[in-house]
Design a protein around this ligand. Sequence first.
Ligand SMILES: Cc1cc2nc3c(=O)[nH]c(=O)nc-3n(C[C@H](O)[C@H](O)[C@H](O)COP(=O)(O)O)c2cc1C
Length: 178
Amino acid sequence: MSGAPSDRPPGAGEFRRAMARWATGVSVVTARGPDGDAGLTVNAMLSVSLEPPSLLVSLHRDVDTLPVVERSRAFAVNLLSHRQQELSERFARAVPSEEKFRGLPVHRGVTGAPLLDGTLGTVECRLVSATPAFDHRLLVGEVVRIELGADEAPLLFFRSGYASREADERLRLPASRP
Ligand SMILES: Cc1cc2nc3c(=O)[nH]c(=O)nc-3n(C[C@H](O)[C@H](O)[C@H](O)COP(=O)(O)O)c2cc1C
């Protein structure tokens, strides 16, 4: 631990720096709406329970995909492989949904959500609850279908960037960091 303990609540910058030390996988959450497909890159995802299988994703209240998920009451979590950084970048852009899906090979799941090809797997969920949490909404989904893809290395997000291989420079920590 570094620095003397302080009563001052941490700010956003300090919190971001702490979270940058937490490695996550990267997924694309997709849903089908009446006006077409929607999707965004998400690393705030965790499994909730095994019985029943369920998971949680945390979406910012202003993202375009949120109303589509809430209206269709379903979503899919597409787990990205180390080969799919471009997809993560594509679905993180603030562009209209049609643009994100343009020319992209997808197939349909049982929920109607678009499932991206070439992922490590896809977990389709029925939306169980949507709980406000500050500027985010915590969406809990009960898993209705799983599709497993190639058993490859995942795309990782760590230290505010992508890390796709164990040998990646980003994962090679210096002996000591301030
Ligand atoms: C690696 C990475 C992880 C992200 N994780 C989340 C997340 O967990 N929740 C979220 O709301 N946005 C997250 N974002 C930001 C959204 O992908 C981004 O705001 C997107 O443009 C929203 O798309 P939409 O408005 O079309 O739904 C993440 C972005 C990146 C690059």
